[in-house]
Design a protein around this ligand. Structure first.
Ligand SMILES: Nc1ncnc2c1ncn2[C@@H]1O[C@H](COP(=O)(O)OP(=O)(O)OP(=O)(O)O)[C@@H](O)[C@H]1O
Ligand SMILES: Nc1ncnc2c1ncn2[C@@H]1O[C@H](COP(=O)(O)OP(=O)(O)OP(=O)(O)O)[C@@H](O)[C@H]1O
Ligand SMILES: [Mg+2]
Ligand SMILES: [Mg+2]
Lengths: 165, 159, 159, 165
């Protein structure tokens, strides 16, 4: 279930609709400080169902919507679409491609879509559970957080192990 | 389910040891199930880089901690592999030799796992199969560009 | 003493703004005296990198946080300068352009401050006046060697 | 009051007596992961009077004494000597050079010396107070701790400011 592409629009610094095509193998993402690389990671977490704003470095979910730059005005909605390759038929009930979309309006309303059809958040998280994809610390390894598993208390690490078991 | 945890724990423990030795080019590492004073279960980590003696992990260097952490996270990963894996500047504290070993190990997961690596490290960039640059021509606004691997020095987006 | 604090705070605030602009090549930054709900005094930080709008500092990138922090620590330093200053891998999260600006600023403190910089960054190494390598020929045992700046690639101790 | 040299013996990975001569200007310290660079920083903090083992990444002060490697045996004492240049006469009562020495025996006993004469810890910290040298976060900027001033609570930052005032 590889990633085919990621589309962002209005999410953090990706105000204009942007597509990142991801190939098989090893993809490097480079660029100067503050240009948006870790924001891409946040977008993937978010579209996969992350419910903690803090995990995305925000105080509230509304902070994920592009709030303007010196020249650009803020926008009213953030949207991220993750398209997965299902050619191998891992998810038997789905077609060769599955797209997951999450939208957040500045008013606070959320929308979720699977293959462009509106669903509930639960449908997205259920689908992800079926695939075995998790967003645990060992699937999305975060900048500056790498040794948190070492500084964590032994009981906190237990939670990580139980998730993997 | 308790037995399944025991079996999983044993596998993670073995993978951790293997991963640690491959990332460090030697040494020993182990995981221990412990019971805290509040009768809760916890996991303790022991790590011995090559040539050194086992001590508390707090004394390890920045790079040694990153490598030990990576070994454990990969051991957990091997138990429940995801089709893709995002690594955000994991190579930042590593010297050249450790970065090389790290990249070699990622290459071996290749084919079964799609890795997306955010990096500032020129070494890592050379070893990637494809490279995307994120730029901000319009201040505060991100844009994706594809980067040619030849002539990398010129191509990597400058600030 | 309260008046002295006020004066010092104003100086730190100005230095912070100046340092921030020099490290980022632009932008704005400020410090605010606040009172918490428990009637305690605290200091809040506002930072606006060039071309962007002011937001919470939590949203800043890894490199932007390092630079903002550095600006504040240097502002404090200028208030009560020490003859020497140790920097342990401060340049780790910085891209090339920010590393350059950072090193330029250190050079300007030169003469009045002795800087000792621990680094893995080749760029930083080139700009140092003298270079010492730490090696472990005998595993687990540190040794100091002097490094010639010409032929740096060969001289930097490999693992 | 520049640093002229640092001598370590039995301190963490510096089991053999090692001298680091420090010049004026900018000195770079390089080397592979785990070779002892940050241990040098710990040695400077320690000889200047650091009393928290945790600040030196140790659980107890005894952990600062070289505890052996695969080939080397542990030793019984850690010693660090910092020699400062007093040519400018900043400390009027002292000569052109001042050396501060701290020793710790595995038994737990400590010794402190100024210019090779035994003193109490208080004499060292008093001398350092006179010089205006602090070991605050803006004199010794630590690996991985750089953004702690950003994540700190506003009241914690206040403490840092009051120290600088
Ligand atoms: N809602 C938003 N609207 C506009 N800009 C935002 C928003 N949320 C975050 N940002 C900006 O995104 C930037 C951080 O981007 P990101 O963390 O992706 O950088 P990065 O490329 O990972 O950099 P580094 O190499 O330093 O880690 C910050 O400057 C922040 O202000
Ligand atoms: N008392 C001791 N006896 C022997 N070795 C010790 C002692 N205390 C710490 N060490 C070892 O010192 C090493 C850490 O050294 P240090 O932090 O200086 O590395 P470093 O050069 O800063 O590396 P990095 O580039 O990864 O930050 C660890 O391997 C640790 O086990
Ligand atoms: Mg980042
Ligand atoms: Mg270090």
């Amino acid at each position: 279930l590889f990633i085919k592409r990621l589309e962002l629009s209005g999410f953090k610094t990706f105000v204009r609709r942007t597509t990142l095509n991801v190939d098989a193998g090893m993809t490097g993402i480079v660029g100067p400080n503050g240009c948006g690389k870790s924001n891409i990671i946040d977008a993937v977490r978010w579209v996969l169902g992350e419910q903690s704003a803090k995990a995305l470095r925000a105080a509230r979910m509304e902070e994920l919507v592009f709030h303007g730059s010196e020249r650009e005005k803020p926008v009213g909605m953030a949207e991220v679409t993750l398209t997965l390759d299902n050619e191998s038929g891992v998810l038997s009930k789905q077609g060769p491609e599955i797209s997951l979309t999450r939208r957040l309006y500045r008013s606070g309303e959320s929308e979720y879509l699977i293959n462009r059809s509106p669903v509930r958040l639960k449908d997205i998280t259920d689908l992800i559970l079926d695939t075995g994809i998790t967003t645990g610390a060992y699937v999305i390894m975060e900048q500056g957080k790498i040794d948190s598993v070492l500084t964590a208390r032994p009981t906190e690490r237990m939670a990580l192990f139980e998730e993997a078991a | 389910s308790e037995r399944r945890f025991e079996r999983t724990f044993t596998t993670i423990r073995e993978n951790f040891h293997t991963m640690f030795r491959r990332l460090f080019g030697g040494g020993e590492a182990d995981l221990k199930l412990v019971e805290t004073e509040e009768k809760e279960r916890g996991i303790e980590i022991e790590a011995k880089p090559p040539g050194k003696r086992t001590q508390s992990i707090a004394l390890l260097s920045g790079g040694e901690k990153a490598l030990t952490s990576t070994a454990l996270l990969f051991a957990l990963y091997m138990t429940k592999p995801s089709p893709f894996c995002f690594l955000d500047e994991l190579d930042a504290p590593l010297d050249d030799a450790n970065t090389d070993r790290f990249m070699k190990i990622l290459k071996e997961f290749n084919g079964t796992t799609q890795f997306i690596l955010i990096t500032h490290n020129k070494h890592t960039m050379e070893l990637a199969d494809s490279l995307y640059g994120i730029t901000m021509e319009d201040p505060g606004v991100s844009k994706v560009v594809s980067v040619r691997l030849s002539g990398l020095q010129a191509a990597v987006p400058a600030a």
